[in-house]
Write a new protein. Structure first.
Length: 381
């Protein structure tokens, strides 16, 4: 498995919806509207992304994505400024995945497939017509869920800003050993709220981009650039500037997160997305390529996913109590495996895990991801 993070994306210009989707000079699509209540079909290949509709009415939208290519792909619905309305990652060849997203406001959006999970993707204008009442305003349980999760995000955002400030000070003072000790415990706050960070265009890449994902003309910044400086290359002439930029970007993220109007479906999709992050980065050891502190990130993603489900629990308990019991069981199984690898206040390094232990983690994450994939459908009812 391999993983590419999002890159800053330029929104394609144009006022009218595209009726043909293009990639590498090819691709087709249709402009039909989806049948009332039916899913919008998306057929993804390595060179095209065909969507069965270019318009839809405001409200809950269901995209049904089929990967008919040879590469792992992703699907996104972007609002203006590349704000992510919804996403589904890690769609392996031959697999079908669903994305259910609430879009209450009319306007121009973009539906996008990303073969290989890289680059700008294959984009199509997508128009939302009419308007719909936001379910947070009409459903008390959903309003309570988003308020609960917003408190979780606020607490972890505040901790992220505080700990990043301390980490940056250590880097700028040249205190390498202390900065190394603070690195993983600082990042765990970011990993808990990563779905929120991903809502804001280029902030997630600026803060959390991996060197392996850098494309021509892009600057390597953020946590992972400093990780390389601390563990591999030594502090560089510009390490202090990179550290200052990291803190500026984190503060920007914290400020923007306070204004974000999340939906209950955002929580459902975020809970699943966090475990997709584990499956495609932490389990493989690719996330923390220099420090090998992947299990701290794993714990952060697990914490964030559990928090989102905890906020949704009254809704899920009302709609599918058996699903709640399954989620509780599978969350506990994954946590038990992580706890086995705990050392003091942290964890073993990824390089200290045996192949059998990595395989056990992967199986447990897969077992959790399956019921998580059902949460959005229950929440959407």
């Amino acid at each position: 498995m391999y993983r590419f993070r999002r890159t800053p994306l330029a929104v394609a210009a144009g006022a009218s919806a595209l009726l043909a989707l293009t990639a590498c000079g090819s691709g087709t699509g249709t402009a039909a509207s989806p049948a009332a209540g039916g899913p919008i079909k998306v057929e993804a290949t390595d060179t095209a992304c065909t969507i069965s509709a270019a318009t839809a009415n405001a409200g809950n939208l269901t995209f049904e994505i089929t990967n008919k290519g040879a590469k792992v792909t992703e699907f996104y619905l972007y609002a203006e400024g590349d704000r992510i309305m919804g996403e589904v990652e890690n769609i392996a060849p031959g697999l079908n995945r669903r994305l259910i997203v609430e879009v209450a406001d009319a306007g121009k959006y973009q539906a996008t497939c990303k073969p290989g999970m890289a680059g700008n993707g294959i984009r199509s204008d997508f128009t939302i017509t009419g308007g719909a009442a936001k379910q947070n305003n009409t459903n008390a349980l959903k309003a309570d869920a988003t308020q609960s999760y917003a408190s979780y995000v606020a607490n972890n955002s505040a901790a992220l800003e505080e700990q990043t400030g301390k980490f940056v000070d250590l880097v700028k003072a040249g205190k390498v050993a202390e900065a190394k000790a603070a690195y993983a415990s600082t990042r765990i706050y970011y990993e808990r709220i990563e779905p929120v960070a991903e809502k804001f265009g280029d902030l997630d890449p600026a803060i959390d981009f991996r060197e392996a994902d850098i494309e021509a003309g892009q600057q390597f910044t953020g946590f992972h650039r400093l990780e390389k400086d601390l563990w591999v290359s030594g502090l560089q002439a510009d390490s202090s500037q990179i550290a200052d930029k990291l803190l500026t970007d984190v503060k920007d993220l914290v400020a923007k997160s306070k204004t974000l109007d999340l939906t209950a479906l955002d929580l459902a999709n975020g809970a699943k997305g966090l475990m997709d992050e584990v499956a495609t980065g932490k389990i493989t050891g690719e996330e923390e390529a220099f420090s090998h502190t992947d299990l701290w990130d794993f714990q952060g993603n697990l914490d964030g996913s559990k928090s989102a489900i905890a906020s949704l629990r009254p809704i899920l308990q009302e709609g599918d109590p058996a699903l709640v019991a399954t989620l509780d069981k599978e969350f506990a199984n994954v946590q038990a495996l992580l706890t086995k690898q705990a050392v003091g206040d942290g964890f073993k390094l990824y390089t200290e895990l045996s192949p059998d232990q990595v395989k056990e983690f992967a199986s447990a994450v897969d077992a959790l991801s399956e019921p998580l994939s059902k949460v959005a459908e229950v929440v959407a009812k």
